[in-house]
Ligand binder design. Sequence first.
Ligand SMILES: Cc1ncc(COP(=O)(O)O)c(C=O)c1O
Length: 462
Amino acid sequence: MPDQAASIAESGIVEAYSERTKGSARLYEDARSRFPSGITHDIRHQHPHPLYLERAEGAHKWDVDGNRYVDYFIGHGALILGHGHPEVVKAAQAQMRAGSHLGGSHRLEVTWAGLIQSLMPSAERVRFTASGTEATLLALRLARAHTGRTKFVRFKGHFHGWHDHMVAGYSAHFDGTPAPGVLPEVAAASITVAPGDREATRSALAAEPDIAAVIIEPTGAHFGRTPLDPEFLAFLRQETAARDVVLIFDEVVTGFRVAPGGAQGLFGVLPDLTALGKIAAGGLPGGALVGAKEIMDQLDFTASAETETEKIGHQGTFNANPVSAAAGIAALRIISESDACGRANAFAADLRQRLNGVLAELSIPWAVYGEYSGFYLFTNVDKRPLIANHFDPHTVDPDELVRADAELMSKLRLAMLLNGVDLTPRFSGWTSAVHGADEAAATIDGFRNALQKLKSEFGESF
Ligand SMILES: Cc1ncc(COP(=O)(O)O)c(C=O)c1O
């Protein structure tokens, strides 16, 4: 298959990036013969080479060449308290000394679960996993066993991890055809519906009696890149309850981020099951499935024996790992006792507005939008008239919202890196409680410089 990134034309931006990141280029040369595409996560695919990072602190990180960046990747959203929060580090270090894996039950897992339960209203029971992907996998298995049904409804573009059941419907295979390596019957069991479309959702549920679950990212695909009206959640709650379909919120990103109690706490809509990850483990690997006792009891030895149903097995070497538990406890305590979520949200709101100010100043008909502690860029490929600070992403079809020129986006990312700002390849990011005035100012200046550089390469055409 041709390498898309390799087809991106060389340019002043690419050359300047290569010049500034020679250490990264050298590591990438080595990595290419070791990893497919030289990378360990698809999102790191970047022409001419990904950035190799060395260390991080607060809202910043440094690459192997000593360049400093304002970080909006922030641990793929896991680090709402910033890199290396002293209390989280102290807790994790202490537990490393006390034992990184105790091969048994431990005190911290009980405290950790208790904190999650105190914050997440629907968490009657908790089962820790090693990742968010594992949490959605377990959610689906429990939902199927609980209902005795096989299919599930998901929403186009919503991401729920990379296991087989969640491939069709994310970025392709919306018709339930299998991606390479996925069994056709597994892919066919997912029914993909347009997010927010009540009629389509109702029809999908009505047409198919064999639906076990509905799973959703409660603030929309990619945390709100294609945003969702929160009222849709209440609608889903009603529709699923009426049909005994299990409602699963994927709060791997939104949990402990949009608010201490996640989207369910914020909107007051309680799902049956919730997948957690990222912030839950304080920036270390970890996840959890939480939810209704009745459904979670399928994992319980006694409850299964009493109901004479086969207990559902669940193992995992790193479930409730003590170091992740220590970090998770420290982080969740701070989140529950402080205004960390509020600060991250407020910073993002101000940043979005000021980034839009730069677009207006340079007469670029794009818009930065988002809610909570996220921001996204609409590059308006179809050239609709818009005023950046009044742009309402709900009025744009999700496909149009995410449409963008791949070469332009790749070079925008490099131009932002050249200006000391790291964002996702789609120019989106998460903010933290430790992003402040200096980081905002550096980001605004960086955005202005990056756009001017892009204009000089792409002309005034965009
Ligand atoms: C909404 C959502 N669900 C699930 C996952 C999968 O979590 P993990 O990467 O821990 O497997 C992610 C990861 O980015 C996510 O954003």
